[in-house]
Write a protein of this length. Structure first.
Length: 257
């Protein structure tokens, strides 16, 4: 499984979270502790909001710990809202197009998990996309497909409803194909104005997710970035919960599609 983090708050340099903490995301790419997959070396990606209307992306297939450009870029870029992701493939090829985060207009999305028996349900799910969204599909991963399905289901007007509709659609497709593997869905999406993170699975094994909330910053991550992140202002999301951040305010809700 992959590891990721999302940051929202006062502008900071990206390397202050990607490299500096004791259990930074780069450290997790080598030694993840809250998952059975300890190495996440199948590519990485950054997505950040700056002065433009749409987010910037930097993605590559190298392991995150082995890309000197990543360290240099993270040392220079400052942002008040950014995503970072290190990938452990669940079966689709190692390619730049399959690296997270994914973007569409002003939206970004990243994911940790899998669609159960993806090969058997992929065709039906892809064929449900509008032509313009099918044409926008550049990779082959289930994560990118989930994102496009959310857009197809109204993400730009009602993101929570689109999330629920998409999970229901995927579960229905899995049921039609008698899938015996689970849907695991720990994900984050943003349009800069609002950010939503969700932790869900149709078994009892949703990938881990933590949030640290202080006066001027919110960090959502697959794992605590340092020992102090557990406790105090840090909480572990329960399964079937979501976080909705808008205008610096955080709302927690149940996620039962």
């Amino acid at each position: 499984m992959c590891r990721w983090l999302a940051y929202s708050g006062k502008p900071i340099f990206l390397d202050s979270l990607l490299f500096e903490p004791e259990n930074s995301l780069i450290e997790q790419s080598l030694h993840a502790s809250k998952t059975t997959t300890t190495i996440n070396g199948d590519g990485f990606g950054l997505g950040w909001y700056g002065e433009r209307d749409r987010p910037g992306l930097y993605r590559d297939i190298l392991p995150a710990w082995n890309d000197s450009n990543l360290k240099s870029i993270a040392h220079q870029i400052q942002s008040g809202l950014f995503f970072a992701h290190v990938r452990a493939s669940t079966g689709t090829p190692i390619s730049r197009e399959n690296c997270h985060p994914f973007s569409y207009k002003n939206w970004m999305f990243m994911h940790n998990g899998q669609i159960g028996n993806y090969d058997t349900v992929r065709h039906d799910l892809e064929m449900s996309l509008e032509d313009k969204l099918y044409a926008h599909r550049l990779g082959s991963s289930d994560s990118e497909l989930i994102f496009l399905l959310m857009i197809n289901n109204g993400l730009e007007t009602n993101p929570i409803d689109a999330l629920k509709k998409t999970v229901c659609q995927i579960l229905a497709a899995m049921n039609d194909k008698s899938a015996d593997e689970p849907l695991r869905f720990t994900a984050c999406l943003s349009n800069e104005t609002e950010t939503i993170a969700v932790r869900f699975a149709n078994d009892e094994m949703a990938p881990s997710l933590y949030m640290r909330n202080t006066d001027d910053q919110i960090i959502i991550a697959s794992e605590p970035l340092n020992p102090n992140m557990e406790g105090g202002h840090c909480t572990r999301l329960a399964q079937s919960q979501y976080i909705h951040i808008r205008n610096g305010e955080t709302h927690h809700g149940d996620f039962h599609p």
